[in-house]
Design a protein around this ligand. Structure first.
Ligand SMILES: [Zn+2]
Length: 336
């Protein structure tokens, strides 16, 4: 069996002909295996969805209970059979519930990583490398210039700013699924024990994380009903980055805008978004983590997708590993 007999790129996403299922399809299909809850990977309208229980919960929170015809829980680490194809979900370390999908038939094993990161993250299970023949890697930060700094140093810069400007409100932009909860978790790890305030758009998923045993400490809504602007002076408010330009953001005391994203390595993006305090915090692997992971899987063939494919393909070739870009369309990670 050749790799392309087991998984092949189609306009809807990666398709497994013998199993008759897709991985993270971008349009409605019969059977979908979903790696994680970000909206470019997890879409509504499939007949059947197989995913981890947390990814299924997250999809229900975002799309409503009837986001698919039928759902089935994939227990992490457990092997299942779909039309004679073995399938296993293994933690990807990206966001809560995220998984790589291991697909195997007739001794050929392909791992579709979905999005992944390698750094410790208290809000989800850590990435587990799986030995395989073909590894399908993301390449969101697939250029050698992308090297994420230490997470804890980034959070210390935020806390330092809060200390320095006690009369101002710190508005920290972070995407709703994963990044917001990770920023909160990192603040708690750094010893910040005050209440952290949330924009309404982040409440549902943050409560869900708490219900799954992720310790986020004391959270409260950032509402100004009866109080005044100065109520939030010196406080940290987490909001979706889109809220910076809303009237919502103008209610707070002389806000400092911060944004937690891997893209904060790029000066132009910082300027474009008018960010005063950029925090480089990514839920994706940086260049070194991508290349280390490729080596660690021992795969003899690498398929590259979701981002800057060419540099990583070239790196593989220089290291005598066969590689090709998949050119899948429709994946633009909301989480960064
Ligand atoms: Zn993602």
């Amino acid at each position: 069996m050749r790799p392309s007999d087991l998984l092949l790129p189609m306009p809807q996403g990666l398709y497994c002909p013998p199993g008759n299922f897709y991985i993270d399809p971008v349009s409605p299909v019969g059977a979908a295996l979903i790696t994680h809850g970000h909206s470019d990977h997890a879409r509504s309208g499939h007949d059947k969805v197989l995913a981890t229980s947390q990814t299924l919960d997250i999809m229900a929170l975002r799309y409503g209970e009837r986001f698919a015809g039928v759902t089935q829980v994939a227990t992490v680490g457990e092997e299942m059979q779909i039309n004679g194809v073995s399938v296993r979900f293994v933690p990807a370390g990206h966001v809560l519930g995220s998984a790589q999908i291991v697909v195997e038939k007739d001794g050929l094993r392909i791992v579709a990583s979905g999005d992944y990161k390698r750094r410790p993250d208290a809000t989800c299970l850590p990435f587990e490398p799986v030995a395989c023949d073909v590894f399908i890697t993301e390449a969101t930060f697939g250029l050698p210039v992308f090297r994420h700094p230490d997470d804890h140093d980034e959070i210390r810069r935020l806390l330092h700013s809060v200390e320095q400007f006690p009369e101002r409100t710190h508005l920290v932009g972070a995407y709703a699924l994963g990044k917001a909860q990770r920023v909160i978790s990192l603040l708690r790890q750094a010893g910040y024990d005050r209440t952290i305030y949330l924009h309404g758009a982040l409440e549902k998923l943050s409560s869900y994380y708490q219900s799954q045993g992720i310790d986020l400490g004391d959270l409260a809504p950032a509402t100004l009903e009866k109080g005044n602007q100065n109520d939030f002076a010196g406080e940290i408010i987490i909001c979706p980055p889109s809220a910076f330009s809303d009237r919502w953001a103008r209610r707070f005391a002389d806000p400092i805008t911060s944004f937690a994203s891997g893209w904060m390595q790029i000066r132009q993006r910082i300027k474009q978004q008018g960010v005063e305090l950029p925090l480089i915090l990514s839920d994706h692997s940086d260049w070194d983590e991508l290349t280390e992971t490729i080596r660690e899987t021992g795969a003899s063939e690498i398929w590259v997708t979701h981002g800057r494919e060419e540099a990583l393909v070239r790196w593989c070739e220089l290291n005598q590993i066969a590689a090709r870009p998949l050119h899948l369309v429709g994946y633009e990670d909301e989480a960064e």
